[in-house]
Write a protein of this length. Structure first.
Length: 193
């Protein structure tokens, strides 16, 4: 696979571009916002920052839709753009500000209570929220690459090749980060995942 760099948007190269999905920003927002927001919110552990990154990602993708070549999926391309924006935020003083504000941000483990489930008992819902809180706490101890790959694999259910495309990493590097992340999360949870 060959990668092309165009105004900080890395996209996969192929012969025939697929622009139909990217031509309507409202449809792009409707289709991908919630999934992208979940990924970025878990990556940054800050819902306000995640909203900003997702909005910037969608706008950047829409403005750069001409550079999308269609070799990877639209979500993979959007996740790559979002990941680059998260990295940019970490490198700036803005990210330090957001870290200080993090204590007032909503707890991500509480977001699990918003998922409708008529099949779960109240006790099961409480246990699920507690488990989500424990995993969220364990994820905070991981490096950015480990946390990102863990979230892409287990939360976003992306396969390893999609993760390679979204992160720009080699398959062996992705596997190493994933192995270390799973091992660290298992250790933090007492071997219960």
């Amino acid at each position: 696979m060959q990668l092309a760099l165009d105004t900080d948007i890395i996209c996969c190269v192929t012969a025939e571009p697929t622009l139909t999905e990217l031509s309507d920003i409202e449809a792009l927002d409707r289709i991908y916002r919630s999934r992208l927001l979940r990924f970025v919110a878990y990556s940054t552990n800050d819902l306000d920052l995640a909203e900003t990154v997702v909005q910037d990602s969608l706008l950047k993708a829409y403005n750069g839709r001409e550079s999308f070549r269609g070799d990877c999926g639209v979500y993979t391309w959007l996740a790559h753009i979002a990941l680059n924006l998260v990295r940019d935020h970490q490198r700036t003083k803005k990210f330090k500000f957001w870290r200080n504000v993090q204590k007032t941000a909503p707890d991500l483990s509480e977001m699990s209570s918003l998922l409708p489930s008529a099949q779960s008992s109240p006790e099961a819902q409480i246990l699920a929220r507690e488990r989500a809180r424990q995993v969220s706490t364990a994820l905070e101890t991981l490096s950015l690459n480990q946390r990102t790959i863990f979230l892409m694999r287990f939360i976003e259910e992306m396969d390893l090749q999609e993760i390679c495309q979204a992160t720009g990493m080699q398959l062996s590097t992705v596997k190493t980060h994933l192995h270390r992340a799973v091992k660290a999360v298992r250790l933090k949870l007492g071997g219960r995942i």
